[in-house]
Design a protein around this ligand. Structure first.
Ligand code: CP3
Length: 340
């Protein structure tokens, strides 16, 4: 029988609401910080024994209903031949930003068995060892393109939007290549045993609905169309996506990840009952006292309502300052509260 998490993704009824946390395998865990003293993040991602150990760290500790593969959205991009590193506190940094047709054409197509052999290896290890389903993931083309074009993290995405508007052919070619890389990576993850796949379009909320529809949606949709035959639930997440939720749903995933800015009842009203929802406790709330965490968590649960097809999560990733014991208490609280 399917796990509670997969059943909820499929909008089946479950005996309690399943829980996992974006960035549950990260710096708020002392064991992870200790490992990072001797290993770079990309090394950990590419070493199956280490990546599998980190993936499992939060599972027992937090009592969550799903694991998420320890990797990064930039791993397939590096395999395409891009020279990059990940700066603690900043995120991905690209040695030579990509802004021209010639640079786009230098990006190599990925063949997972040749370019990402460690992915199948770590997923196979995890699928054999985990007691909960494993979520595989990739970055959506827009979010990956924004790192490549800006050269790193950005607030305004000026270079990204300039390329998108001034040279749509180069833009769409870049987006096609990044979507292909995501498809190759997710096929490898699901082929090796991942039970669900999440596409992170973390920064796409910077686009207007019209821009999203023209410049990003067709490429994200192609990822979901390519994966739908694999038979695992597909999840689509972004932040600041209040205006884009309906379009993101239309891209074709089974589950829409809702960020903290949109109340769950509003998301449900706008998206209808034909899609499962995931989210959306504000991760900053976890830095407040327990009473406030409990109040905010109960609010999310009440707004999600009794409709089948809800997965409790945060509205974005766990902050490094979060106390793991608070997350554990939160998991237990959601399980108890929703089992009533
Ligand atoms: O439990 C998990 O979710 C861990 C697996 C994971 C990582 N990155 C490991 C990581 C996942 C799912 C990601 C996805 C990812 N990477 C996204 C989409 C999710 C999101 O939060 O929006 C994005 C935008 C990236 C790019 C990236 N990599 C960022 C923005 C950062 C953080 C920079 C920082 O230091 O604050 C990274 C680095 C990174 N990836 C860390 C982890 C655990 C922390 C850095 C470290 O260990 O030095």
């Amino acid at each position: 029988m399917d796990s509670t998490f997969v059943q909820a993704c499929r909008r089946g009824s479950t005996s309690y609401t399943p829980v996992w946390y974006m960035r549950q395998a990260g710096r708020y865990l002392p064991e992870y910080r200790a490992l990072r003293e001797s290993h770079g993040i990309l090394d950990i991602c590419r070493t199956p024994e280490l990546a599998s150990w980190v993936t499992m760290l939060p599972v027992r500790r937090l009592g969550v209903d799903a694991a998420i593969l320890f990797s990064d959205i930039m791993i397939p991009v590096a395999a395409m031949g891009v020279d990059l590193c990940i700066d603690p506190g900043k995120g991905p940094v690209i040695a030579e930003p990509i802004r021209s047709r010639v640079e786009v054409e230098r990006l190599r197509p990925i063949e997972a068995s040749r370019d990402l052999p460690f992915i199948a290896e770590v997923v196979e290890m995890l699928a054999a060892d985990l007691e909960v389903p494993l979520i595989g993931f990739c970055g959506a083309p827009f979010t990956l393109a924004s790192y490549l074009i800006e050269g790193g993290a950005s607030r305004r995405f000026d270079h990204t939007k300039a390329l998108m508007r001034d040279d749509p052919e180069t833009w769409h070619e870049l987006m096609r290549r990044l979507a292909d890389a995501g498809i190759a990576s997710l096929r490898a993850q699901v082929g090796a045993g991942a039970s669900a796949a999440q596409v992170f379009d973390s920064w796409v909320g910077t686009l207007s609905p019209a821009e999203y529809e023209e410049h990003a949606l067709p490429h994200s949709r192609r990822i979901f169309e390519a994966l739908v035959g694999l038979g695992v639930p597909l999840i689509h997440f972004g932040t600041q996506t209040g205006e884009l939720l309906e379009l993101m749903r239309d891209a074709g995933a089974d589950v829409v990840g809702v960020a903290s800015g949109t109340p769950m009842d509003e998301a449900r009203r706008r998206l209808g009952s034909g899609v499962a929802l995931q989210g959306n406790l504000d991760p900053a709330v976890l830095l407040a006292g327990w009473d406030e965490v409990e109040r905010a968590a109960r609010d999310v649960i009440e707004r999600a309502g009794a409709v089948p097809g809800f997965i409790f999560n945060l509205g974005h990733g766990v902050r490094p300052e979060t106390d793991p014991d608070v997350l554990r208490r939160l998991t237990d609280f959601v399980h108890e509260e929703t089992a009533k």
